[in-house]
Ligand binder design. Structure first.
Ligand SMILES: [Zn+2]
Ligand SMILES: [Zn+2]
Length: 277
């Protein structure tokens, strides 16, 4: 080495404590045409792969069979009806995703109980779970399969304005009974798509941010970044240890479509009680 020149090794060393490790860009809440998503599994993988994601979980719905809302979804066929085929398809797609995009796919489901009012993601699970079970039983079954249990949109969520009607999901059960679930839930969604559940942050609970992806535009929403290596057990441990940060993933090539106009329209419809008459 030429005297006076700083070697590459020393240069790195001189950067001291500054860590330049890139976090993994992740989304742990995604629906496909296996339930009520608009895009096929392979299309979802291509979309996330092209957008540079590192880890995604496929979490299609399994519904309870006790309330009209769930039965309506079942009647529409918007649920996973064949879990052998579902998990097999995810496994096959995982190989494709890793090879083509270095994208890690985690198999999961969203246990959707609209009767009691809880939606729980089971991440990295191998078989389905009956959504008619109690929340405690669902979580125990997820843990029995060595998966993680995530509380989805655990507060009031205005999911969409459809036909100018406010659609409100009532998945507040876990939050209202949180004392009982603090030691059971591995992480709570602090952000779901564009909704922020600041109560989760105020309570210092372990959190995640997900898109609750159902259609292409939902990729542009809150996401989780994780500081770990790209394999399922490291990712699960990092979530438990909260080695994470939040990111609002946006399309840098396009401005948001009239955010202020959309905001005003949305606000007036979503919160009529707050609009001066
Ligand atoms: Zn949900
Ligand atoms: Zn969902």
């Amino acid at each position: 080495m030429v005297k006076g020149k700083i070697s590459k090794k020393e240069k790195t060393k001189n950067k001291g404590e500054k860590k330049l490790r890139r976090p993994l860009l992740c989304d742990f809440h995604i629906h496909t045409t296996f339930s009520d998503g608009e895009m096929k599994l392979r299309e979802v993988i291509d979309l996330y792969g092209v957008n540079g994601f590192d880890v995604i979980a496929i979490t299609d719905h399994v519904f309870d069979t006790q309330c009209p809302l769930s039965l309506n979804m079942i009647n529409k066929g918007a649920y996973v009806d064949n879990f052998d085929r579902y998990f097999w398809a995810i496994k096959k797609a995982s190989t494709y995703a890793r090879k083509k995009y270095d994208l890690l796919i985690i198999p999961g489901i969203e246990v959707t109980n609209n009767n009691v009012g809880f939606h729980i993601l089971g991440l990295d699970i191998k078989k389905t779970i009956d959504a008619n079970l109690s929340a405690k039983e669902v979580i125990e079954e997820i843990h029995h399969q060595e998966g993680l249990a995530i509380a989805c949109h655990p507060y009031y969520k205005i999911s969409e304005l459809q036909d100018r009607q406010k659609i409100e999901e009532t998945t507040i059960y876990l939050w209202e009974n949180r004392e009982r679930y603090l030691d059971l839930i591995d992480a709570w969604e602090i952000a779901n798509r564009d909704d922020l559940f600041s109560v989760v942050g105020l309570s210092k609970l372990p959190f995640l941010a997900n898109s609750d992806f159902h259609e292409k535009k939902h990729i542009y929403s809150w996401k989780t970044q994780i500081y770990t290596s790209k394999d399922p057990s490291s990712v699960k441990n990092a979530i438990k240890e909260q080695k994470i940060s939040l990111a609002l993933f946006r399309d840098e090539t396009e401005a948001l479509s009239s955010p202020h106009l959309a905001g005003k329209d949305y606000f007036n419809l979503a919160f009529p009680q707050l609009v001066a008459t």
